[in-house]
Design a protein around this ligand. Sequence first.
Ligand code: F6P
Length: 370
Amino acid sequence: MAKKKVAVLTGGGDAPGLNAVIYALVRACSPKYDLIGYKFGYRGLYNNDFVELTPQTTSGILHRGGTILYSSNKDNLFDYTVEENGEKVKKDVSDVAVQNMKNEGVDALVVLGGDGTLTSARDFARKGVNVVGVPKTIDNDLASTEATFGFDTAVNIVTENLGRLHTTAESHHRVMVAEVMGRSSGWIALHSGIAGSADVILIPEIPYTLEKVIDKIKAREAAGKHFTIIVVTEGAAEKGGQAVVGRVVEDSPDAIRFGGIAAKLANDIEKHVTNEVRHCTFGHIQRGGDTSPADRLLSARYGVKAADMIEKGQFGNMVCLRNGVMDFESLEVVLGSSATGSTAMGLSKRVSLDNELIQVGKSLGISFGD
Ligand code: F6P
């Protein structure tokens, strides 16, 4: 009898830990199962573009960021752009993907992704595909799991770079505004802001007022601290205002990319203080480089758990971390039960106002701009 086959794909923006999940999954499934990896996420599934994954071909990737399978955050096969009679039209091409998997003898599909990618995973599960989801995103904004892999690495990178901003800010008596990723969730800013000794942390969940930010800078001046470090989530907004849109990415399930709040805020602040103000955007550096030890461990655990779920036939679910233990949750619960093919984003996990870290930050004297 032919061996069973497991396929894996990585979708959405990359996150450190994707390779570690692949590494663990391949080892936990081999030699019982054959494995293949579709390239560039769902696009590879549609184009039947894959590579074989073995312990040999995945050797040495545990620590490496990025993804050996490449990724795309555009290709929703339930609402896919194809060319017909010289015109671009949107079509549901998911049946092509299902047929490709049938032809290739794929018994189970492991999908590593955030809410956009996992929404399609849920939709493939509805079509009868044996799907297991694995929660990826540096933003840590996926519901139903205590942690997504990639987040810890991003927090490490931001924390280290806030340290670098401190020394130069102090030399010039400047206010430094650092913009970090996270979309509409402030997890990266909250964790790295406290760990990196920021003076002001601005997150989307707590609309700020310019007045409170200026108050903090002036209070530090009065206390003989002639520099201020502000960390702001890309999706944060002033009370009564709107988040700043950096770009709109056509064909992406999450088309809006926030960006530009640090520049706006620096400009606003400069009108009210005597210090010079500079801003910087940490950007994709937050997703680059090697994976942190904590993310390597989390990813390895996710990969092994996904293999265990395949073995037990626990399909239609996402691996999750619950009370520190590996568990799983239905993709219908994780993403909510929106219509198949919908580009509406799934349920997101935002920082709640009673989060202990907000209280901790306030006790340390950090301003949240409120
Ligand atoms: O969701 C992960 C993330 O890195 C967000 O924090 C950020 O807004 C977005 O992806 C950036 O997307 P892109 O890679 O398309 O610029």
